[in-house]
Design a protein around this ligand. Sequence first.
Ligand code: HEC
Length: 210
Amino acid sequence: MKPDKSMSDKDTTKTTPNDEPLIAGHNYDGIEEYDNPMPGWWVWLFVASIVWTPIYILGVHQFGFINSYEDDLADKQAELAEWRTAYEDANPSLDVSDESIAAYVGVAEHVEAGSALFTKNCAMCHGPAAEGLIGPNLTDEYWIHGPANSNLFGVITNGVLEKGMTPWGSILSVEERSQLVAFIRSVAGSNPPGGKAPEGEIATITADAG
Ligand code: HEC
């Protein structure tokens, strides 16, 4: 506190700057005490915090009428799960499964779209007729990562970086990747010239391989 002139003054009126009086008899070794209480708002804050403490402790730990951080987190996560479900319901194509992809297989429009995507993005590694080049032959019955629609979709989506297969998940939409699977299914057993030797394990491919 800034030394107040009136304290060191010889002036005997002795009041605080707010005109509060001296407390009579509070004089120790020449040090006198002003009646200078804490401001009202401060005292009320202090009292309120004392009153609030038991309410808060009981509310959180005993009766549960005040949410703890864990409760808030659980609420928000439930809200998030609702949003997610609503979003997925509104975008059914996000639910990828053997069945959802099977709906593309054998549908001319999707096979054609897949064929165009394949020529543009995949042919340089898998050959123009999917006969295999740097990447494996996609027309035979051998699969390194499994024969199911979802296996193919998974490899296309996530790639196999260490083997040189590019991940397409962030480049091509779910629909486009499903169309690519439809295209690959359409060339199954086509036995194109110059086909690359089989890699992986043999599996019988059916239109709705699952
Ligand atoms: C840069 C070269 C490259 C490109 C581009 C590429 N691939 Fe591949 N792909 C590979 C290689 C290499 C493998 C083998 C991965 C392994 O050995 O695990 C592979 C594997 C695959 C497999 C799994 C084959 C199996 O036997 O399990 C599928 C399906 C596939 N690619 C589809 C595609 C499609 C569809 C595209 C285009 C969107 C594409 N690839 C583009 C190199 C490529």
